[in-house]
Design a binder for this molecule. Structure first.
Ligand SMILES: Cc1cc2nc3c(=O)[nH]c(=O)nc-3n(C[C@H](O)[C@H](O)[C@H](O)COP(=O)(O)OP(=O)(O)OC[C@H]3O[C@@H](n4cnc5c(N)ncnc54)[C@H](O)[C@@H]3O)c2cc1C
Length: 481
């Protein structure tokens, strides 16, 4: 089934327990912090349900299905998946990091290698879960980290981390916190697990499962939703693109047995994320989405430089050239990842992990530099503008701001104002800071991402070159002869 935006919005009115501070949100579709972002998600579903080129015929059902759920068997399939990620990233201009195609891609990748669960029944549960989200076109968020204080180095099963407290006929009861579900307030279901290595002794937290956002006992504790503080769409043009983040508290939640993918198994719980194509398919979405975002930011900055009249300066053009080069390098990396697919069991493939981890490693370090370059261009212009758009309603201040913009044309002044507000929203605002933080951590902690690159880089063929070179060089003894 392909869902429409209206169907998605209706499904959100399900009694889920979302807290903003001490407020229990009645209905996320009408709350000022979530209504706009929910409509943006709805646009994604409208985009895919109205365009057959963003679907495939699923062999198991014969039904037209969102490309997001295609288990890839070739480079061509990876390209098809990219088509969907690109179309959705274009809707949010890459500002929704964990759009519904992120976690769904992960589960689809896990379903390419269900035996990683180490248990036939759990493997079947995982496959059935993939079928469930596939056939209902669901939006998943995920919470796969313990909270601070659970990473002392001794054990992850300490203090307040979510853990198993009981097992019974109805299912497995869990209690405690899991971090950090981006989109937690807006999703249909939450994937819970462990994307950080666990150790023997961590069995109590070594559980992976999928749970409905409105399941009894699931508490979604949102950070400040920026849209709730927006003045207007002109002053806060990205208020509808705040995807939200939430800590999840499991208040004695009974997880049904058929939703359990891993239990009491530290190795399999981590392996589900990193030893299946799931990590690669998920990160491919992240990179395709980042490409859309950087292109959008670059183009908005260029339009601003034109409006402020400094685009003609060769030094500024050089800066733009250098930023444009990074955008194209990112695009090249996206294409490279899928052009030499990595083979997995059962005939499935994923993007190449060397390229994928290289991109994660590079982009988490580079994005801040990119955003800083934009801030440099913006200089003091955000602060030269009126406090808000109401200045254009007051005859006197309107006249002053037109004069400041050296124009009699209201539309010209307004376009400049809107571009400056947009740039500030992307690189200077609280939402921008969050976005920067997202790019730093979307693939996990930087030291782990770098280590993965170290682990996957093809050292042996590179080092063989060094050995060959050394073998050609005469030894000291040979030189002496
Ligand atoms: C905006 C945003 C959205 C996110 N969305 C999601 C999501 O949807 N789902 C989800 O599960 N998670 C999500 N995360 C969480 C993300 O995966 C974590 O932030 C990341 O894994 C780091 O964990 P932490 O925040 O608990 O920091 P910590 O693990 O407490 O680390 C704090 C700092 O110390 C450094 N550090 C820690 N240990 C070491 C070490 N041994 N060596 C060197 N440096 C070290 C870290 O790199 C980091 O800089 C999101 C994070 C952000 C910021």
């Amino acid at each position: 089934m392909l869902r429409t935006g209206a169907e998605y919005l209706a499904s959100l009115q399900d009694g889920r327990q979302v807290y903003v501070g001490g407020e229990l949100v009645d209905d996320v579709t009408t709350h000022p912090g979530f209504a706009g972002p929910a409509k943006t998600v709805a646009r994604l579903f409208d985009r895919s349900s109205s365009d057959p080129s963003l679907t495939y015929v699923e062999p198991e059902t014969g039904e037209r299905t969102n490309l997001n759920f295609l288990r890839p068997r070739s480079a061509e399939d990876l390209k098809l998946r990219r088509r969907l990620h690109t179309a959705w990233a274009d809707v949010s201009n890459g500002l929704f990091g964990r759009s519904p195609d992120h976690v769904a891609a992960m589960v689809t990748g896990m379903a390419c290698r269900p035996e990683i669960t180490g248990n036939d029944q759990y493997a079947e549960n995982l496959l059935n879960y993939w079928r469930h989200i596939r056939d209902n076109d669901l939006y998943l968020s995920f919470a796969v980290l313990p909270p601070a204080g659970s990473k002392s180095g001794k054990s992850s099963a300490v203090q307040n981390a979510m853990r198993v407290i009981d097992k019974g006929d109805a299912g497995v009861t869990v209690r405690g916190f899991k971090m950090l579900a981006t989109g937690g307030a807006l999703c249909d279901e939450i994937l819970v697990g462990n994307a950080q290595p666990l150790r023997p002794g961590d069995e109590a937290v070594a559980i992976s499962f999928g749970i409905k956002a409105n399941h009894p006992g699931v508490k979604i504790l949102s950070r400040k939703p920026y849209g709730a503080h927006a003045v207007s769409n002109i002053d806060d043009p990205l208020a509808d693109y705040d995807e939200s983040d939430a800590a999840i508290y499991f208040d004695d939640v009974v997880v049904p047995w058929d939703r359990i993918f891993v239990l009491d198994d530290p190795k399999a719980s981590y392996g589900l994320f990193v030893e299946t194509p799931g990590h690669t398919l998920g990160n491919a979405q992240a990179h395709i989405r980042l490409l859309a975002k950087m292109r959008f930011m670059l183009a908005a900055a260029k339009r601003l430089a034109e409006a402020l009249d400094f685009i003609g300066n060769p030094a500024i053009q050089g800066v733009f050239g250098s930023l444009a080069a990074r955008v194209k390098m990112l695009e090249a990396s996206v294409v490279a990842q899928e052009s030499c697919p990595e083979a997995w069991d059962h005939g499935f493939v994923s993007q190449d992990r060397q390229f994928m981890y290289a991109n994660s490693s590079w982009s988490m370090e580079y994005f801040s530099e990119f955003a800083t370059e934009m801030r440099r261009m913006l200089a003091s212009h955000a602060f030269q503008q009126p406090a808000d758009v109401s200045a254009f309603d007051n005859e006197y201040t309107r006249k002053l701001f037109l004069e400041l913009n050296r124009t009699d044309d209201f539309d010209v002044a307004m376009e400049r104002y809107r571009l400056i507000r947009l740039m500030w929203a992307m690189v200077g605002s609280e939402l921008a800071s969050r976005s920067n933080q997202y790019e730093l951590f979307y693939a996990g902690p930087p030291h782990v991402t770098r280590t993965r690159m170290y682990d996957y880089f093809d050292w042996s063929s590179a080092e063989a070159q060094v050995d060959a070179f050394l073998a050609q060089t005469p030894t000291v003894q040979e030189l002496a002869v």
